[in-house]
Design a protein around this ligand. Structure first.
Ligand code: GLU
Length: 390
């Protein structure tokens, strides 16, 4: 059954792909240290409601350390890195179990994805993680993501799931990110200390004044305060994704946002695709270049992807995931894009049909050498059009 989306203009109702992050303080009961089951069920119902409206949902869930530390009998207070890692190892199983039970009883397949900072920053891992998420979503699974706390060293830790969630939103080209925590949004000053503090509903630009508002939250369960939420907002809006900070302690926390519960929205200036394209176009030094034939150039101008068949040669050394220039036969740079093959593999498949890629390389890679979502035309003006005679 598909339920219609409300006509409200909430970015949550308009979004195609939504990432929701829940903090440990919401998921676990502070008294017992156990999962807050009734609350979690109401959250799951909210997420399934989004899915029934045709929206794709990714959940970033904290709580592993909070659940595991209780089980291991680790006392309150700050943990050493190896203690939190041990706690995460124990808690993550419980967390995954709870999600499996709650989702599968509602006929939804849950997928666990554990990521580290490196996975979102090293381009090959980034591409793999991105492709996995894309595949899971296309197969109708609900990805539940956490940081891979047990293997992350101090240097490669996010440490907080706010930033992890923003990276996930960026990686998945989500158009909406919701951070549910124990604070209802951004204030001009700490409302617990300053009675004159006023609430901010909407942030159109993250100025130094906005950054200065990021005091720490009162929560001692999760690791993110307002500072990490503003860092997350930076990542999200620069990826063209709306982000919302909302209090999540009431039941049905996501539905409540749509129903008008107070929260702070960070508004991007571009869509995820446009933001990605701006970023590609702005690459200072492309790693290399591919030369294409007029037929391929025509296809690019029609908004299609670049296939190996249209590539005639390449220059420079590049890896899968690098940005490369796309050159017309006369050497003019006509586009830039993220390449899906290294220069070595590209040399083997250029001029050949995509169907032959597997027999040439011995593995089944992408059909495109640059996918149209990862490609930006630099000069779709008459000059380029003349060159292809259209
Ligand atoms: N990854 C941590 C956990 O699951 C949480 C980090 C955070 O609270 O932001 O326990």
């Amino acid at each position: 059954m598909t339920i219609p989306r409300p006509s409200s203009s909430s970015p949550l109702a308009r979004a195609r792909r939504i990432v929701v992050k829940v903090g440990s303080a919401l998921l676990t009961d502070p008294e017992t240290g156990r999962i807050n089951r009734a609350w979690l069920e109401s959250l799951i119902e909210d997420l399934l409601r989004l899915r029934k409206r045709g929206q794709q949902v990714i959940l970033v869930s904290s709580g592993a350390i909070a659940l595991g530390r209780r089980q291991l009998g680790l006392a309150k207070g700050p943990l050493r890195l190896e203690e939190s890692q041990a706690a995460a190892a124990v808690g993550q199983i419980r967390l995954a179990h709870a999600y499996k039970e709650l989702l599968e009883s509602r006929d939804v397949t849950v997928a666990q994805v554990l990521l580290t900072l490196e996975d979102s920053e090293r381009r090959r891992r980034y591409l793999n993680a991105r492709a996995t998420l894309e595949t899971l979503l296309s197969l109708g699974a609900l990805p539940v993501i956490n940081e891979n706390d047990t293997v992350a060293t101090a240097e490669i830790r996010y440490g907080d799931n706010d930033r992890l969630a923003a990276r996930v939103a960026q990686m998945a080209a989500a158009d909406c990110l919701v951070l549910l925590s124990d604070v209802d949004g951004l204030y001009t000053a700490d409302p617990n200390k300053d009675p004159a503090a006023s609430f901010i509903d909407e942030v159109l630009k993250i100025t130094p004044e906005i950054e200065a508002m990021g005091g720490r939250s009162a929560s001692d369960v999760g690791s993110g305060g307002m500072t990490t939420k503003i860092l997350a907002a930076r990542i999200a809006v620069s990826a063209g994704c709306h982000m919302c900070i909302a209090a999540g302690h009431h039941r049905h926390p996501v539905r409540r946002i749509e129903e008008g519960e107070r929260c702070t929205w960070f508004v991007p200036s571009a869509t995820p695709v446009a933001a990605r394209k701006q970023w590609i176009a702005g690459t200072l030094r492309p790693a290399g270049a591919v030369m294409i034939d007029p037929g391929a150039l025509r296809a690019l101008l029609d908004g299609r992807s670049l296939l190996p068949a249209g590539v005639t040669s390449s220059r420079g050394r590049f890896e899968r995931g690098d940005t490369v220039s796309v050159l017309a036969m006369d050497g003019t740079e006509v586009a830039r894009g993220i390449v899906t093959y290294s220069d070595v593999d590209a040399a083997k498949i250029m001029g050949r049909k995509s169907a032959d890629i597997e027999s040439i390389l011995g593995f089944r890679g992408r059909d495109e050498i640059i996918h149209r979502d990862d490609l930006v035309l630099l000069n779709p003006e008459p000059a380029v059009k003349e060159r292809v005679g259209s």
